[in-house]
Ligand binder design. Structure first.
Ligand SMILES: Nc1nc2c(ncn2[C@@H]2O[C@H](COP(=O)(O)OP(=O)(O)OP(=O)(O)O)[C@@H](O)[C@H]2O)c(=O)[nH]1
Length: 420
């Protein structure tokens, strides 16, 4: 060793030679690594003094293993050790040792590489990976990726909460399996292919327990190096609660709270679209306007609360005479409207008669048990291609209602006659 110590001083790796644990030689890199003032200050010190207590047993075991006489020239496998420098700083050093001779006596040669910086990077990487995992696992959304054939290649753990499946149960299957309506999936695919991405795309999925949930998808298309479509990646989230709230708000905004039937706005909206449909198709459409007779007297005699109950019973009686495709709405106070699609004036007059009879037949009792009856007047108006707007049809039905009132109430009137 002694003939070329200068070479060892030039090495970037730290080199120490110890005998019976005491340092006999330290190259320049080891002086720097151990933050010693000089090589001389290291000579004679025990190398084990620089090893962190946690690693001391492991370190001395390894040195004993290589310090077996006759093992010279075979270094052990390098391993990382925590080192405390002369200034008390902690370093991570990759050390390999081998038996050698020093001044004719057995010695151990140690070679160390400072890995502190690298292990810091690794620790940072591990930490950021752990942070990412935590975030990924706690994500309320479901991350997913499919290939070009729609087979799910990866799905995040959020799928347990949203669909009730383990990720491995979903992976390898096509996403179609979870769509109750294939039209939802088709619309999504078409949007992705057309725009390359979708944001807050609506749809529904079926949970493992069979419950259908509302979802919202935000995803983008994936392409391979050649620019070919290679699949889809994105997230979906359960928006059932939000959708239920929206549906409830919609219901509140379109329903008459007293009778539970459509309110004026909703009824007129339905009437507008039915009118537009008839304009387009030429199909018949008939409108009934209804008004309870002498309703003020009911209120005056039995009280407003009883008047309310009469309005509810009246709405039910009207509804009981209609088909599912017909629409009934409360236009205000004791005035109601009925829309009869695909219904001629003659058929509309028949429906009006049925309603008239069922209202006459209503047996109402006030809270003292006193029985009373109500009647209604009806105006009937049929769709005409010559109408400029729904308003024309509404006006005809309104005028007919006025006529029915004028003629003595509890009857039906129309400005038109069947066959007009
Ligand atoms: N109980 C109750 N009464 C209502 C409601 N909305 C309107 N009314 C009453 O309905 C009555 C309608 O009276 P009028 O417009 O004079 O008509 P009418 O007494 O029915 O007479 P005709 O329509 O001419 O047969 C008024 O007394 C209103 O206060 C309601 O929601 N509940």
């Amino acid at each position: 060793m002694s003939h070329d110590l200068r070479l060892l001083h030039l090495l970037p790796a730290a080199v120490l030679v110890t005998q019976d644990g005491a340092i006999r030689f330290a190259n320049a890199a080891s002086v720097e690594l151990l933050e010693a003032p000089s090589a001389d200050r290291l000579i004679g010190r025990l190398s084990g003094d620089f090893v962190h207590p946690i690693d001391q047993v492991r370190s001395s075991n390894r040195i004993q293993q290589v310090a077996v006489p006759g093992q010279a020239g075979r270094p052990n496998k390098s391993s990382e050790f925590r080192i405390r420098t002369a200034r008390g700083n902690l370093r991570m050093v990759l050390i390999s040792s081998m038996a050698t001779e020093w001044d004719g006596a057995p010695a151990v040669l140690m070679c160390g590489l400072d890995m502190t910086h690298q292990s810091e990077i690794e620790a940072q990487l591990r930490e950021s990976e752990q942070n990412f995992r935590r975030l990924f696992d706690s994500l309320q959304d479901v991350y997913y990726r499919t290939n070009a054939q729609g087979v799910v290649q990866h799905v995040g753990p959020g799928v347990r909460r949203v669909l009730g499946y383990e990720p491995h149960e979903i992976e390898g299957r096509t996403a179609e399996s979870y769509y109750p309506h294939s039209s939802d999936r088709d619309a999504f695919k078409a949007a992705i292919l057309a725009d390359g991405e979708v944001s807050d795309f609506p749809g529904q999925m079926v949970r493992r327990d069979g419950q259908v949930i509302d979802i919202s998808i935000s995803s983008h298309a994936l392409y391979d190096h050649a620019g070919n479509f290679a699949g889809v990646e994105g997230i979906y989230r359960d928006v059932t609660q939000r959708k239920n709230l929206e549906r409830e708000l919609q219901r509140l905004a379109t329903t008459d709270m007293l009778t539970g039937i459509a309110n004026r706005r909703a009824f007129l909206e339905t009437a507008e679209s039915a009118y537009a449909h008839s304009c387009h198709s030429g199909e018949p459409l008939t409108l009934l306007m209804l008004d309870l007779d002498h309703f003020k007297a009911i209120n005056d005699r039995y009280g407003h609360l009883e008047g309310d109950r009469a309005l509810v019973a009246f709405a039910q009686a009207v509804k009981s005479q209609l088909r599912a495709s017909d629409a009934v709405g409360r236009l205000g106070g004791e005035e109601f409207g009925v829309l009869l699609p695909l219904t001629t004036l003659a058929e509309g007059l028949e429906a009006a008669h049925r309603i008239l009879q069922s209202v006459r037949a209503l047996q109402l009792n006030d809270d003292t048990g006193q029985a009373y009856r109500i009647t209604t007047s009806l105006g009937v108006g049929a769709f005409r291609q010559s109408d400029r707007s729904l308003r024309d049809m509404l006006d005809r039905a309104d005028q007919a209602l006025y006529l029915a009132k004028h003629r003595g109430r509890d009857q039906i009137a129309s400005l038109e006659t069947p066959g007009d």
